[in-house]
Design a binder for this molecule. Structure first.
Ligand code: HAM
Length: 419
């Protein structure tokens, strides 16, 4: 006998008992996107490797270690072009913005999408090779008000899905003017202790010294007295960051300053933020993250335009909801329609009427004894059973309490069930 085929490592099937939490979280995201005036955009699941290499940076983990490459048909020319599944959507959205000349539209543009991302990483709890993000991007607004608005939006999302204790960690990593000085300060600090750095960090020290700060193997003493980005900001970046903090205070958003938060993608400038359940800080635990990318549009060939956005990891959000016991029950009120003998025409008609009234209805398709039908309705998670008797008679049974109302009319059922 041949061996069964399993899902690829780092991917998950979402079974029916899990998908209701997903639907709930996605609908909260969609509704917030509507209320915050974001328009939906969709981009391909794969793009040219070059887009990610240029946009996210050759030395980012997403490009250097985790690129999920796809090849087209065997052959040469365009068909053999190197593509990769998108590790994140920001680079693709900016590509679309440039490709469609969207800079001429009345801005700032507020764009959103929900969908799968792919990173060929070593799978572990909360880290998958295919995962989903809710992404929002604002292009054409230099802030700082929009920075605070987005951090507040992320914060509100977690509250609306029912999570408590989610805190935003924020930092400013400066811009083209002040970042070089900060980079140099980091190089000077860490080069003096190079022998205590991991191999990864020694390499990063040369290519992108900021990333040394988010190495989880960095000795705590070296991290503690490392130069802080905030001490190296130019006046314009400092004012920008101070203004965001003042706005977050006014909005009542809980945040903490995190000098080591530098983000893993190279396109960031100035504002960087991540969301965590308090006490669960650490790279693998970020529920979401984002920041400003004022140089990305130009880097990808467009006219200079500032940008900011975030990506919220839906998988990790749902894991946190399960841990906090706030994931919604699999299904709302389900109504089973049961009958006697072969009265399937009546069962389907009544099911149809109740569905038109908005109820979730599952007619029993068997001709088993009523007791058996009731048993399987309960097992299927039905809260109510409509029992069709002779003629027009109908009873409504509450399967949770066992209570029954005889001689109900079809019009009475929906209001009772909807409670
Ligand atoms: P990111 O921090 O790389 O940012 O990812 C955002 C979120 O996606 C993470 O905080 C995490 O919740 C989730 N995530 C990332 N990798 C995985 C994984 N392997 N398995 C499960 N969840 C994961 C970005 O992607 C940026 N594009 C965000 C952004 C938008 N910045 C500006 N605009």
């Amino acid at each position: 006998m041949s061996r069964n085929i399993a899902a690829p490592r780092g991917t998950r099937d979402l079974l029916p008992e899990e998908t209701s939490a997903w639907s709930h979280v996605e609908s909260v995201a969609r509704d917030l996107a509507r209320r915050y005036a974001f328009d939906r955009i969709e981009i391909p699941l794969f793009e040219r490797v070059e887009l990610f290499a240029r946009g996210l940076g050759e030395s980012s983990d997403a490009v250097e270690k985790e690129m999920f490459r796809v090849s087209g048909a065997q052959g040469s020319g365009e068909e053999a072009a190197p593509w990769a599944l998108r590790p994140e959507p920001t680079a693709g959205i900016v590509r679309a913005f440039i490709e469609h000349g969207m800079h001429v539209r009345p801005g700032p543009l507020r764009l959103t999408l929900i969908g799968p991302m792919f990173r060929y990483d070593r799978p572990q709890a909360g880290r998958y090779r295919q995962f989903s993000q809710w992404d929002v991007e604002v292009i054409g607004d230099a802030g700082p008000a929009v920075d605070a608005e987005l951090i507040e939006l992320g914060h509100r999302f977690y509250a609306e899905v029912g999570l408590t204790d989610v805190v935003a960690r924020i930092n400013s990593i400066g811009d083209a003017e002040c970042r070089p000085r900060y980079r140099q300060a980091l190089v000077d600090h860490f080069a003096a202790h190079e022998d205590r750095l991991s191999l990864d960090s020694r390499r990063r020290l040369r290519i992108n010294p900021l990333r040394v700060l988010d190495d989880k193997d960095l000795p705590p003493e070296l991290a503690a007295d490392a130069p802080r980005g905030m001490d190296h900001l130019c006046d314009a970046c400092r004012e920008h960051f101070d203004a965001i903090r003042a706005l977050l205070d006014v909005l009542g958003v809980r945040y903490e300053l995190d000098h080591r938060l530098v983000r893993g993608l190279d396109y960031y400038t100035r504002t960087a933020f991540e969301f965590y359940v308090a006490g669960r800080e650490g790279q693998q635990q970020a529920l979401g993250g984002g920041g400003r990318y004022d140089g990305l549009v130009e880097l990808l060939g467009g006219r200079p335009a500032p940008g900011i956005g975030f990506g919220i990891g839906l998988d990790r959000t749902i894991l946190a909801m399960e841990e906090q016991g706030v994931a919604p029950a699999p299904r709302g009120e389900l109504v089973a329609v049961l009958g006697m003998g072969d009265d399937h025409d009546r069962r389907l008609q009544i099911a149809g009427t109740l569905r038109q009234a908005g109820l979730a209805v599952r007619p029993d398709g068997s001709s088993r004894k009523l007791g058996k039908q009731l048993e399987s309705a309960s097992k299927a998670g039905a809260r109510w059973a409509v029992i069709i008797g002779d003629g027009d008679a109908m009873a409504l049974k509450d399967l949770a309490t066992g209570g029954q109302r005889d001689a109900v009319s079809i019009e009475e059922i929906a209001p009772i069930v909807s409670g």
